[in-house]
Ligand binder design. Structure first.
Ligand SMILES: Cc1cc2nc3c(=O)[nH]c(=O)nc-3n(C[C@H](O)[C@H](O)[C@H](O)COP(=O)(O)OP(=O)(O)OC[C@H]3O[C@@H](n4cnc5c(N)ncnc54)[C@H](O)[C@@H]3O)c2cc1C
Length: 406
C-alpha cells in the first residue's frame, strides 16, 4: 500500500497478497462511503442497513465464516486490520463486524451440521442476522448470576428468562441464548432461538450515548420451546461457547478502539497544523507536540500488543484469552484517553456535533464496558499473574528461601 498515512502500514507486512487486497478494498470503501457518511449514519440510533448490506455484499461480513458456507474464514491478523480501518472512520461499521463475531461464533462453533447448513449461509451473505443474548438484569460482568433457565422437556427445552442490552435484537432473525439448566444450575447451555418463537418478546429499542446504528433492546422469554436440534454444543458447553464468542469480540473491540484512536490523532494533528495560536502553528508548541508524541507512541505500542494477540489466536495458543484481555483493556482505555485529549486539542471545534471527535468521544466509552468492563479484564489478568507467579522461575537475583524471611 503506497499511501502516506500518519500511522504506518508496518502491521500489514504479515498479510498475504489476497489479504492485503481485502484491506485495500476496505480502505476504498472507507474513503468513498463509510467515512463521508459516518456522521449521517450516526445521527440517529436506527440499524445501519446500508452499511451492513455493503459490508455483506463486499464479503467483509463473510470474513467471519467458514469457506464451506461462502465465507473466507479470515485470520484474526486480517480481521483486526479490517476493523481498525473501519473504526478509524465509522464505529457503526466496525461494530457491525465485531458484532458479527459475537453473534455468530457460537453458531459456527456449536450448531449441528444441519443447523449450520440452514442458517450460516444466510448469516454470511447478510440475508439473515443473529444476536447474542447473554447479559441479564442480574448478570452482566458476573455471568454466574444468570437467571435464564432451560427446562428439559420432550424433544428439547423450555427457556424462561430476561435478557438486557441485546445488540441488533430488533433486526436479528436468530438469537444465541445462553442460560442454565433448571435442574442443575451449574450446567450452562446455549441454544439458537428463532425470533418468531412462541413466548419470545423483544422490547422497543433503548436509547444510548453512542454506538448509533446498532441499536439495543431487552428480551423476555416465557416458556419458549427450543428443539434439541437447536442446542449449541453439548449440555454444559454454553459457557465455553459464550467465552469463545467473547474472545473474538474482545479482539475486535481492541481493534475498533485503536482504529478510533488513530482517527482521532489524525484529526487532531491536522488541526494542529492548520490552527495558529500565540504567533505559531498549534503543532509548533512543545506542549502540543508532547501530547501528540505520547498518543502516537502509546497507540503504536497498543497496535503491537494486539498484533501479537491476533497471531496467538491464529496459532491457537492456550494463553490467548489472557492476552486478549490485556489488549482489550489497554486499547480501550487508551482510546478513551486519546479521544479526550484530541478533543481538548481541537478546542471548541472538537466539541461541535459537526466535527467527528464529538462522535468518537461518545463511541469510545462503550469499548471500555462491552465484552467485559476494563476492571473485569484487570481481574482476569491479575488473577493469572498471581497463579503463574506461584509456579514461575525464581528471579536469579534472589537468594534461596522465603521472601518473608529475607
Ligand atoms: C450498547 C451495549 C451493547 C451491548 N450488547 C450486548 C449484546 O449484544 N449481548 C449481550 O449479552 N450483552 C450486551 N451488552 C452488555 C455488556 O456486555 C454489559 O453491559 C457488560 O458486560 C457489563 O455488564 P453490566 O452492564 O451489567 O455492568 P455491571 O456488571 O453492573 O458492572 C458495572 C461496573 O462495575 C465495575 N465492575 C464490575 N465487576 C467488577 C469487579 N469484579 N471489580 C471491579 N469493578 C467491577 C465495572 O466498571 C462495570 O462497568 C451490551 C451493553 C451495551 C451498553
Amino acid at each position: 500500500m503506497s499511501e502516506t498515512r500518519l500511522f504506518g502500514d508496518h502491521f500489514l507486512r504479515n498479510l498475504q497478497p489476497e489479504e492485503l487486497a481485502v484491506v485495500q478494498r476496505v480502505r476504498e470503501l472507507c474513503r468513498s462511503t463509510f467515512g463521508p457518511k459516518a456522521a449521517e449514519v450516526a445521527k440517529q440510533d436506527v440499524f445501519a442497513w446500508d452499511n451492513f448490506r455493503l459490508l455483506a455484499r463486499e464479503g467483509i461480513v463473510g470474513t467471519a465464516f467458514p469457506r464451506r458456507f461462502g465465507g473466507t474464514d479470515a485470520r484474526q491478523q486480517l480481521r483486526i486490520r479490517i476493523i481498525e480501518e473501519l473504526g478509524r472512520v465509522c464505529s457503526t461499521s466496525a461494530s457491525i463486524i465485531t458484532g458479527t463475531d459475537l453473534s455468530t461464533r457460537a453458531i459456527v462453533a456449536g450448531a449441528s451440521e444441519a443447523l449450520q447448513e440452514q442458517v450460516v449461509p444466510g448469516l454470511c451473505s447478510g440475508e439473515l442476522q443473529s444476536a447474542f443474548a447473554l447479559t441479564e438484569p442480574d448478570a452482566g460482568s458476573d455471568v454466574r448470576g444468570l437467571k435464564t433457565f432451560f427446562r428439559r422437556v420432550d424433544g428439547g427445552y423450555r427457556i424462561t428468562g430476561r435478557k438486557k442490552f441485546i445488540t441488533r435484537a430488533t433486526t436479528a432473525d436468530w438469537f444465541v441464548v445462553v442460560g442454565r439448566a433448571e435442574d442443575n444450575p451449574s450446567t450452562f447451555l446455549a441454544a439458537l432461538v428463532a425470533r418468531d418463537a412462541k413466548g419470545f418478546g423483544i422490547s422497543p429499542e433503548v436509547g444510548k450515548l453512542g454506538w448509533y446504528g446498532v441499536p439495543i433492546s431487552s428480551l423476555e422469554l416465557t416458556d419458549v420451546f427450543v428443539p434439541d436440534s437447536h442446542r449449541l454444543g453439548a449440555e454444559g458447553e454454553g459457557f465455553s461457547l459464550a467465552q469463545d464468542a467473547l474472545l473474538r469480540a474482545r479482539i475486535g473491540h481492541a481493534a475498533m478502539a485503536l482504529g478510533r484512536a488513530i482517527g482521532a490523532v489524525e484529526i487532531a494533528a491536522a488541526y494542529a497544523c492548520d490552527r495558529s495560536t500565540f504567533g505559531k502553528a498549534l503543532g509548533e508548541h512543545q506542549g502540543v507536540q508532547w501530547m501528540l508524541a505520547d498518543m502516537v507512541t502509546q497507540v503504536e505500542s497498543s497496535r503491537a500488543l494486539l498484533a501479537m494477540v491476533a497471531d496467538k489466536y491464529d496459532r491457537g495458543d492456550a494463553d490467548v484469552a489472557t492476552f486478549a484481555s490485556m489488549a482489550k483493556l489497554q486499547a480501550t482505555d487508551l482510546c478513551m484517553k486519546v479521544v479526550t485529549d484530541c478533543l481538548q486539542l481541537t478546542g471548541g471545534r472538537g466539541y461541535l456535533q459537526d466535527f467527528p471527535l464529538e462522535r468518537f468521544f461518545r463511541d469510545a466509552k462503550l469499548n471500555q464496558i462491552g465484552e467485559g468492563a476494563s476492571e473485569v479484564h484487570k481481574t482476569v489478568i491479575g488473577r493469572d499473574v498471581v497463579r503463574r507467579a506461584r509456579a514461575a522461575e525464581r528471579n536469579p537475583c534472589l537468594r534461596e528461601g522465603s521472601l518473608v524471611d529475607y
